[in-house]
Design a protein around this ligand. Structure first.
Ligand code: BGC
Length: 768
């Protein structure tokens, strides 16, 4: 059931029923809220244990006192932004396994992660903790991570469900989002993870969605999560996200965190006693709670420790594969042994390697760049990112006498954290000032960025190299050194677009909401879907990243050119390393719907695969495409819909570099049945074979009343040309008006020839 990856025998249903019937109402209610900041309540007389949870997501933050920053040491892996930039889901799985082991070693039963909210704006304060602007990439990384953690008998909490994409007023803001964008973009990663990895728990978000708190929402917690997706686990509130606890029980919100001293437990007991809440609904919640608690308890205690060196090495591998080479003019990188290198920027010594807030891990150790690179060093700015004339002067001296200058810059902890959104799109002001000074004294500049989300680069044309190191985790410093010197060939790809200006981002006009609401006006056009549609040239596109090698794509082969919605098509492509060094390339597959009844993105990422190739080596990569890869979420049908027509399949190594393209015809045999109402439009009814006939007859009759007939030859006067155009205009307008008219109006316009009863009969026939 819930903890599907676990290898132990699961707690039986009989045992759960036995416990449930032995429990008092008060005991049942007591299980629905925490005992402390991080634990659940035990029921000792029935041997129901207490379980412990901790943040997450990129390391085990087992707090000593309940405060941030005082956690037991644990491996600090690179946060989600860097993990996703590897485009290597096997690595995400490995990180999950390692996190599972560390949780076991610290007696933690639920790790609070991963975070799979969508990066709507580069200004989102918590972007570093989320995977991508793309739902498919986010969903695949979430699934791999979850499967890894759960394989070790530890539960996860996939968060924050849902539409929690900004920090501004996060505990009250209402995300106003259309059903289509909700399902296609914001719920999609959750859906994928639930269907593929069955997370033990989900964390309900603080915010409201279209006015309803996530923790009160029967639609999200029950209808969508359980009924549509088949979720079998439990839902935990984000810390303090409970609103109406009784409504929460009705929606199947299992656990309120953290402890509230029993206030809401008492409310639940009273509501049951007063008959306002059926005890059966509380029982459903308690059954799930017991099941998961007992399963997790049973699976705990597998490891007492873990190999810190091995886990540090894994953190190193993630950082190496997640670092993205953005620019490399004149092959300024890799640095060679002959290069006299100056490194400037305090991040090279005191790196920014993780975000801030609930995810703040106490690392087991931290590597820095300067210890791993043969170079001179000047800090250039202080810990707060401020520079002074003395710091600048020191840096100038180092830079002047070097062949190449590596300038390490980015966002400081002051600019990016859980709890607030970024105020500006630029790098830290002190960092910018330092960079200008370095450009002035040396023409050979490589900028290294440490930041959790995109930054503007108005200086881009004046530097030769840019390495986006993101937040590299505790081994990021060494990984960076190895990238710069070519020991590691960079292979990271952006999991998000870097717009040239923040004004180009679709959220810019209404960010981050007003009067308690934040409007998702861009609909499904989030990230590259927007820049593509608007033909806006980004600074760096989604999926982009350079290598020290070169790759070509050839032989795109589709197993079939025509399929029905029940069939799959296999897509094969050959990728070849045409450069001089070994390296990874990411094969990305995008699908475009060539004609659709709804506005669709120019293309959508559907599959990707990272491959390793020696120089001259080639490999064939295959993908399976099925119905969902062509579908959109229809608000009208309240389900995913595929339409017959042509789709193009495009393959390459970035959303803006897709050299291969082929086409596929989809023939939908069983489209969703249209439901017609009196408000259905004439043009919609015409899509039904019987509807078409009925409507055509009616239109012929109706049109006669409105459109003056063309004059016969004998009636033609000198003005007949003018009159004829006039008539054609009227005809054209009438046709358009009629097509967009609801069929209820036929009753009125036919002056009773078609009665209300006739209309109802027609509807009955159409809806058969
Ligand atoms: C965060 C969650 C976190 C929880 C517990 C909340 O403020 O939004 O992501 O898991 O605190 O620390």
């Amino acid at each position: 059931m819930a903890v599907t990856q676990m290898t132990h025998a699961e707690v039986s249903e009989e045992k759960i029923e036995r416990l449930l019937s032995a429990m008092t109402l008060e005991e049942k209610a007591s299980l629905t809220s925490g005992a402390s900041m991080w634990t659940t309540k035990p029921i000792e007389r029935l041997q129901v244990p207490s379980i412990t949870m901790t943040d997450g997501p990129h390391g085990v933050r087992k707090s000593r006192s309940g405060q941030f920053g005082d956690a037991e040491p644990a491996t600090c892996y690179p946060p989600a932004v860097t993990l996703a930039s590897t485009w290597n889901t096997e690595l995400a799985h490995e990180v999950g396994v390692a996190l599972g082991k560390e949780s076991q070693a610290q007696d933690v039963q639920i790790l609070l992660g991963p975070g799979t909210n969508i990066k709507r704006s580069p200004l989102g304060g918590r972007n570093f903790e989320y995977f991508s602007e793309d739902p498919i990439l986010s969903g695949k990384f979430s699934s791999a991570y979850i499967q890894g953690v759960q394989s070790q008998g530890v539960g996860v909490s996939l968060k924050h469900y849902a539409v929690n994409d900004q920090e501004h007023e996060r505990m009250t803001i209402s995300a106003e989002v259309s059903p289509r964008a909700l399902h296609e973009i914001y719920l999609r990663p959750f859906e994928m993870a639930v269907r593929e990895a069955q997370p033990t728990t989900l964390m309900s978000a603080y915010n409201r969605i279209n006015g309803t708190y996530a923790s009160n929402s029967e639609y999200l917690l029950n209808d969508v999560l359980r009924e549509q997706w088949g979720f079998e686990g439990m839902v935990i509130t984000d810390w303090g996200a409970v609103d109406d606890r009784i409504q929460g029980i009705r929606a199947r919100l299992h656990l309120q965190m953290p402890a509230d001293g029993g206030i809401n437990d008492r409310k639940i007991v009273e509501a049951v006693n007063r008959g306002e809440l059926p005890e059966s609904e509380l029982n459903d919640v308690v059954r799930d709670l017991l099941k998961i608690t007992l399963d997790l308890e049973e699976a705990s205690g597998r490891y007492q420790g873990y190999d810190q060196d091995e886990h540090h090495e894994l953190a190193y591998r993630v950082a190496s594969e997640g670092t993205v080479l953005l620019k490399n003019n004149n092959a300024i990188l890799p640095l060679t042994k002959r290069d006299k290198v100056a490194v400037v920027g305090n991040f090279a010594k005191v790196p920014r390697y993780q975000g801030a807030g609930s995810s703040l891990v106490t690392p087991t150790r931290v590597d820095n760049l300067i210890d791993h690179l043969d170079a001179s060093f000047a800090p250039g700015y202080d810990l707060m990112g401020r520079t002074t004339p003395e710091l600048i002067e020191q840096a100038r001296q180092q830079a002047k006498s070097a062949d190449k200058v590596v300038v390490v810059l980015g966002l400081t902890f002051l600019e990016e954290s859980e709890g607030f959104d970024r105020r500006t799109y630029g790098i830290a002001p002190g960092h910018r000032a330092l960079l200008e000074e370095m450009i002035a004294v040396n023409p050979n500049i490589v900028v290294v960025l440490q930041n959790g989300s995109p930054v503007s680069m108005p200086w881009l044309d004046r530097v030769d190299g840019v390495v986006e190191a993101y937040l590299g985790g505790q081994a990021g410093g060494r990984a960076l050194a190895d990238i710069l010197t070519g020991k590691v060939n960079p292979s990271g790809k952006l999991a998000e677009t870097f717009p040239k200006r923040i004004e180009d981002n679709p959220t810019y006009i209404a960010w981050a909401g007003e009067e308690g609401k934040t409007y998702y006006n861009e609909g499904v056009f989030v990230g590259y879907r927007y820049y593509d549609k608007k033909r806006i040239e980004p600074q760096f596109p989604f999926g982009y990243g350079l290598s020290y090698s070169t790759f070509t794509f050839e032989d795109l082969i589709l197993s079939q050119e025509q399929i029905t919605e029940e069939e799959q098509v296999t897509v094969g492509v050959t990728v070849k390393n045409t450069g001089k060094v070994a390296g990874h390339e990411v094969v990305q597959l995008y699908v475009s719907d060539e004609a659709s009844s709804v506005g669709r993105p120019e293309k959508e990422l559907k599959h990707f695969k990272k491959v390793f190739l020696q120089p001259g080596e080639e490999k064939q990569v295959t993908f399976e495409l099925s119905n969902r890869d062509f579908a959109f979420y229809s608000a009208r049908h309240k389900e995913w819909v595929t339409e017959s027509g042509k789709f193009s399949i495009r393959v390459g190594n970035s959303s803006r570099h897709l050299p291969l393209e082929d086409h596929l015809s989809l023939n939908v045999i069983d489209p969703p049945k249209a439901r017609f109402t009196r408000y259905s439009l004439v043009k919609e009814v015409q899509t039904h074979p019987i509807g078409m006939k009925i409507i055509d007859d009616m239109i012929r009759n109706l049109a006669g009343d409105f459109v003056k007939k063309s004059p016969s030859n004998s009636e033609k006067t000198e003005l007949s040309g003018v009159q004829e155009v006039q008539n054609m205009k009227v005809g054209l307008t009438m046709k358009a008006l009629i097509l967009d008219m609801p069929i209820k109006n036929i009753v009125q316009f036919s002056k009773g020839q078609v009665s209300e009863d006739d209309l109802n009969q027609i509807l009955a026939v159409l809806n058969q």
